[in-house]
Design a protein around this ligand. Structure first.
Ligand SMILES: Cc1cc2nc3c(=O)[nH]c(=O)nc-3n(C[C@H](O)[C@H](O)[C@H](O)COP(=O)(O)O)c2cc1C
Length: 193
């Protein structure tokens, strides 16, 4: 059993779609291993800015916090506290959805660069970054995953992923044999990281 805390960020606009199902199955698996799960729908967050505004004011703070007081704040705070962050997203034009990209960019405030020494510090180091994605076809998951893989490498996070191709349109994923079990197992595997 684990005492891990896992934050799932879902990036689909659909409440009843494939991403929601994947996130639910993942949570089942992780909770059966003892993990504590929090799920945030990225598209429901209320932002004052459309993405990272590149003000860089966060770089002057002691804390790893965004200076913009909006819906991203509590999510970024939890990211720095949990053991694993799961980005659950549909493949949108060979990429993660825009909802995921916005919160991913707002994570800028969780990194602090020292340009003099060329170093970067982050409370995310050692945590797990997982991607859980689905698509109608089976083309482009490599493109979707690349930014997450590189960011995990860059920040010292462990990377894990599970991608489900040929998932159909929203809700169709339930018809794919064995997927639910695979995702439940993935939830358990992330707990073992
Ligand atoms: C705006 C948009 C773009 C999409 N782009 C792709 C794509 O590039 N490749 C693909 O295979 N499926 C694409 N899809 C299909 C979704 O990725 C797929 O149906 C996914 O499982 C839907 O998840 P959801 O029900 O959680 O929204 C797209 C769907 C939408 C609405």
């Amino acid at each position: 059993m684990t005492d891990k805390k896992i934050l799932i960020i879902t990036g689909s606009p659909r409440n009843d779609g494939n991403t929601a199902l994947l996130a639910g199955w993942f949570a089942q698996g992780a909770m059966s291993s003892g993990a504590e799960i929090e799920t945030v729908k990225a598209g429901a967050l209320k932002y004052k800015v459309p993405g990272c505004s590149s003000c860089r004011a966060c770089q002057k703070l002691e804390k790893y916090e965004c200076v913009i007081d909006d819906g991203a704040g509590p999510v970024l705070k939890r990211m720095a506290e949990v053991d694993a962050i799961v980005m659950a997203t549909p493949l949108y034009f060979f990429s993660a959805s825009a909802q995921i990209k916005v919160i991913f960019d707002r994570m800028f405030s969780l990194y602090k660069w020292d340009n003099g020494s060329g170093t970067m510090e982050t409370p995310l180091k050692g945590k797990t970054l997982a991607v859980l994605a689905s698509a109608y076809e089976d083309v482009g998951f490599d493109a979707l995953e690349k930014p997450f893989i590189l960011t995990a490498e860059y920040t010292g996070m462990k990377y894990k992923s599970l991608v489900i191709p040929n998932a159909g349109v929203s809700g169709d994923i339930v018809k794919l044999p064995g997927v639910r079990e695979k995702v439940v197992e993935f939830g358990k595997a992330v707990c073992k990281e």
